[in-house]
Design a protein around this ligand. Structure first.
Ligand code: MGD
Ligand code: MGD
Ligand code: SF4
Ligand code: MO
Length: 709
């Protein structure tokens, strides 16, 4: 059969690499990086090739499933969709809107049709019980930038291609390929940075793959970053190193900061962080003196007790040193479809309502997912009785996953829109499987906003969709129609996703409606399958700010209060518990959250889900490298293999999340063969940051063992 070349995009992680598929008929012959893609420039990682495995995976669901008497049977789309609409509307009418909960997982944002059409279905239910992976991930970033710049997506991006000093806390882009920083080929960009005389500094409790290629690495105590960053800011003020320059003209609250920091002592902060005060001061001086410096913090400083405080301090440091909105510092992007300045803009909100049981604050219309299980399990008005999940596996990815597992089993009704029958979707009464990535088109509505360079790319589907298959957006649309008919409301007018993108492109900053010479439209992108380069990031302040007064709010009241609480906490340190260790997470290049473990290609070879532990900690517990151990926390206990690693800070252990594929009733044969254990059977739904984000990192655990079997 004749081979053809198709240019597409990888939707697995935030790097959004351009791909060159060689296909014959309905078969993928090869997947390579697209050399002509202006952003990824030919880069891919091993996961891209696994798109073929997902496509061909016999376990991937291809028909709707309905569960009856505990057994899933195949059903027609009409039967399955009708069942969902009927049951949800019934529960809605009987128990009220809040009885229906929704959970959107990570791949939702990698699937633009799902983004544009989710509300066609979910919008009919005016529930306060909306949840997503945001609150086990980037919630602190969104909250901080909404406070400071006026919009939850207005995240300054490190200008890695021009910076001379890249300061990384709690991120491992060598494995993750970047997050809230779309940075395909991080390695090459870092090499270029180092070749021009620049430097990368990494703070992490584990000498990670990124720490390994850094110019300077410091082991920081889990959760000690807030102390380090406070010491950093204090040094900038103490040594008169603050140079906000032109930013000062439109920044409010800077003058309040020195007084807010006065009570903190640098020596004490340094001791708390685990980094000596000499290094802390020197790093602050170097950062301030660099010709273009960018500070960046990700999961390790977001999903921890002081996540929001850390993200706020990082913003302040970039601003105070004059590195916000300058080339070589951190800058806002100018995406071709602009969700920030455009008419559909959703700036953000915080605490407009609280969760019923624990009083946790709403953000951007969602509640923290750490509250989901208790909202299902606690009786009373407003109790959740039905759940809709889309592209999520919260049993594996949210704190105290076992409790959620039990909660899902108690629901009156659950529907999962998902490709697999996994640890979460096994609880569904109906599973609706959408087309795989190679059968739908793609435009990265979200990740162009976070990219280190402005580009735009629309990819046609690699293959026509299979007979009898529906795209995510079609599932949402059809469910919306059926629900509307039963509720007696109006269905939303259904435009196709690409028509929405076309309008967004034309109305966007490079569009015909703005009289831009590029006259971007869907037609223009269709004519450029590798994508279009829109140039390096450029300064855009104060115009880009979304606050009506076009000013930056540097000192949110909530953060000044958090400083006071943090000071009290430092003054009254909790007593160390004997033998207690701190658990942190880990990502591997060949894995992707919880759902790529059914690819033989990615999981073959030695397992990658061991607990890493410093040899000293093993020795003091008389544990042998490779033995099986019990790991215990307040919420649960798991058994895992332990691996000695001198890369760990003593007192800290590391375990990747997303494993634990040995539960009954799932359909993922390869994953079941090397199941591992779920880190979120240990994490604690009560350990949260002020934003409501889960503190997944820095969890107190005991390691006991060995276990013989
Ligand atoms: N291969 C692969 N790539 C992925 C993913 C994947 O699962 N696999 N997932 C994607 C997703 S959804 C996301 S959100 C991104 C995440 O992208 P990253 O944030 O870059 O990835 P992580 O590996 O979680 O990095 C967190 C780092 O923080 C460290 N850390 C833990 N606790 C602390 C602490 O208290 N302080 C400091 N300073 N560091 C700490 C950990 O040791 C780890 O090295 O990756 C994306 N890319
Ligand atoms: N302890 C600990 N926990 C963590 C993290 C951590 O670092 N440590 N990281 C957190 C982070 S950053 C994230 S983002 C979350 C992820 O948490 P989730 O989003 O809940 O889980 P995923 O593992 O990404 O599962 C994605 C699901 O989507 C399905 N899927 C994939 N593509 C599509 C599609 O196109 N359409 C549909 N309908 N379904 C699809 C897959 O089959 C899978 O079931 O985990 C979080 N949990
Ligand atoms: S880095 Fe790998 S997983 Fe991420 S988009 Fe590129 S090829 Fe896909
Ligand atoms: Mo994530």
């Amino acid at each position: 059969m004749e081979e053809r070349i198709h240019y597409g995009a990888c939707n697995l992680c935030e790097a959004i690499c351009g791909l060159e598929f060689r296909v014959a008929g309905r078969e993928i012959r090869s997947i390579r990086g697209d050399e002509a893609d202006p952003l990824s420039r030919g880069h891919i990682c091993p996961k891209a090739v696994a798109l073929k495995d997902i496509d061909e995976d016999p376990d991937r669901l291809r028909h709707p499933l309905i569960r009856e008497d505990g057994i899933f049977r195949q059903a027609s789309w009409d039967e399955a969709l009708d069942r969902v609409a009927e049951r949800l509307v019934q529960i809605h009418n009987e128990h009220g809107a809040d009885a229906i909960a929704t959970y959107l997982g990570n791949p939702t944002v990698h699937n633009y049709g799902a983004m544009t059409h989710a509300s066609h279905f979910l919008g009919h239910f005016k529930t306060r019980n909306r949840y997503s992976a945001t609150s086990v991930d980037q919630l602190p970033h969104q909250l901080v930038v909404w406070w400071m710049y006026g919009h939850q997506l207005l995240v300054p991006i490190a200008d890695i291609d021009h910076t001379n000093y890249f300061f990384v806390l709690g991120a491992n882009p060598m494995a993750s390929n970047g997050s809230l920083m779309t940075v395909p080929d991080f390695r090459a960009r870092l090499k270029a940075l180092q070749a021009r005389g620049g430097k990368m500094v990494v703070l992490d409790p584990r000498r990670s793959e990124t720490a390994d290629v850094a110019d300077e690495y410091h082991a920081v105590r889990p959760g000690g970053d807030a102390a380090f960053l406070l010491g950093f800011v204090k040094t900038l003020f103490d040594e008169q190193l603050t140079r906000p320059g032109r930013l000062a003209a439109f920044s409010d609250g800077l003058a309040e900061l020195p007084a807010a920091l006065a009570a903190f002592d640098i020596e004490m902060l340094a001791a708390q962080s685990g980094i000596d005060s000499g290094s802390l001061r020197r790093l602050a001086r170097e950062f301030a003196a660099a010709d273009g410096a960018a500070m960046y913090g990700r999961m390790g400083v977001s999903t921890q007790r002081h996540g929001t405080l850390c993200q706020w301090l990082i913003q302040l440091i970039n601003l105070l040193t004059g590195n916000l909105d300058r080339v070589g510092g951190v800058l806002f992007t100018r995406p071709a479809v602009d969700l920030i300045g455009g008419p559909a803009s959703k700036p953000g909100s915080f605490g407009r309502w609280k969760s019923r049981v624990r009083g946790l604050p709403e953000f951007g219309g969602e509640l923290p997912v750490a509250a989901l299980a208790e909202e299902v399990l606690t009786p009373g008005a407003g109790q959740i009785r039905a759940l809709v999940t889309h592209a999520g596996n919260p049993v594996m990815s949210t704190p105290n996953g076992r409790q959620l597992d039990r909660a899902l089993a108690s629901l009156e009704f659950m529907v999962a829109i998902d490709l697999y029958l996994n640890e979460t979707t096994r609880h569904a009464d109906v599973i609706l499987p959408p087309t795989p990535a190679v059968e739908h088109d793609q435009y990265d509505l979200i990740f162009h906003i976070f990219a280190v360079r402005n580009t735009a790319r629309w990819s046609a589907p690699t293959f026509d969709k299979s007979e009898n298959a529906l795209h995510d957006w079609e599932i949402f649309t059809r469910l919306g129609e059926k629900v509307a008919a039963r509720l007696g409301t109006q269905p939303r007018p259904a435009m196709r996703p690409e028509q929405i993108i076309d309008l967004g492109l034309q109305a966007g900053p490079y569009g015909a409606m703005q009289n831009h010479p590029l006259k971007l439209s869907l037609k223009a992108l269709k004519a450029a399958p590798h994508g279009i380069d829109l140039g390096a990031l450029q300064p855009s302040l104060p115009q880009r700010l979304v606050h009506a007064d076009q000013r930056i709010r540097c000192a949110p009241a909530e953060m000044l209060e958090a400083l006071q609480r943090y000071h009290q906490e430092l003054m009254q340190p909790a007593r160390a518990v004997d033998g207690e260790l701190r658990l942190i997470g880990r990502r591997h290049l060949r894995s992707n959250n919880s759902w790529m473990h059914n690819s033989q290609r990615l999981t073959k070879g030695p397992s990658r889900h061991q607990l890493l532990m410093h040899p000293q900690d093993l020795q003091s517990r008389s544990l042998a490298d490779g033995s099986r151990v019990r790991v215990r926390s307040r919420t649960g206990e798991i058994v895992v293999e332990v691996q000695a690693s001198a890369d760990m800070m003593p007192g800290v252990v590391s375990l990747p999340h997303g494993w634990g594929h040995d539960r009954a009733g799932t359909r993922m044969e390869i994953a079941q063969r090397q199941p591992g254990a779920s880190a979120n059977d240990l994490t604690d739904e009560l350990e949260l940051d002020v934003s409501g984000n889960a503190a997944l990192n820095g969890l107190a655990v005991q390691v006991l063992g060995p276990v013989n079997h």
